[in-house]
Design a protein around this ligand. Structure first.
Ligand code: ADP
Ligand code: MG
Length: 233
């Protein structure tokens, strides 16, 4: 019986990973689909081909990352301008925002220090959060993004939506695997965000009011701070 148990555990894990992969590649696939539809109607210039190509690369790397899921040391952390990274993600969200009648406003402190990140993973965090915000506003609305240096060594990113919100009793369940209120949801998005932010030695908090909206706050160490944390942990 011991062997059977082990096998069923393995199958369960495999199922979880399969669901995870499906969830994570759905974001870039949606974006590619949007662009392809616009190409068809000749509404897009050729430069957008590059975005499609890079999205395909991202799918490829996500699948690759899941294959090495148990070896986080395979991640490569690089020095990165957070404004640039977020602007890239907003560009990727372009068609989805237009289709869903969403406006994205972003505000950045001048001269933000660089961060140390696993680029594809951190982009995945923002994509998941934007996607949740859009899904929380079925009739459209605004997403506000505020990026600040809140103290020496810590950058804060706030993502504020005007969506359906989350009731206080549901707040603690967020981030648990497979907790979803959506017909086609998998409930893996926030868990992935938590995991990635944790590996960046940052934090994520959620504030929400039903029918008013939700604010997700991420904190991330600056490049210098991140090096210090890595050295002494
Ligand atoms: P999924 O999006 O597949 O449901 P997530 O882990 O991304 O999975 O989110 C889990 C649940 O948290 C969602 O189903 C939703 O109920 C809630 N949620 C997440 N983000 C928001 C948000 N911005 N506004 C309202 N509810 C949210
Ligand atoms: Mg989600």
């Amino acid at each position: 019986t011991e062997r059977l148990l082990l096998k069923s555990e393995k199958l369960a894990l495999l199922g979880q990973m399969a669901a995870g992969i499906a969830h994570e590649i759905r974001n870039p696939l949606t974006s590619i689909k949007g662009f392809i539809q616009l190409f068809k109607s000749n509404q897009l210039e050729e430069t957008y081909y590059n975005i499609v190509l890079s999205e395909l690369d991202r799918i490829n790397s996500i699948v690759g990352e899941f294959l090495v899921l148990t070896k986080p040391s395979a991640s490569i952390f690089v020095e990165k301008d957070i404004k640039e990274l977020i602007k890239d993600v907003i560009t990727l969200m372009n068609t989805q925002s237009i289709i869903n009648n969403i406006q994205i406003f972003s505000e950045f402190d001048p001269d933000l220090p660089k961060i140390c990140c696993e680029e594809a993973q951190l982009k995945q965090v923002f994509l998941n959060l934007f996607k949740n915000a859009i899904e929380a506003m079925p009739n459209g609305g605004q997403i506000e993004l505020k990026v600040k240096l809140i103290e020496a060594g810590t950058i804060s990113v706030q993502l504020i939506d005007q969506g359906v919100g989350i009731s206080p009793e549901r707040l603690p369940t967020l981030g648990e695997p497979f907790y979803t209120t959506k017909e086609k949801g998998t409930g893996l998005g926030l868990m992935t965000c938590y995991k990635i932010i944790e590996s960046h030695k940052g934090g994520m908090t959620i504030q929400s009011e039903v029918n008013k909206g939700t604010t997700i706050q991420l904190t991330l160490p600056t490049m210098t701070q991140s090096l210090l944390k890595r050295e002494f942990v």
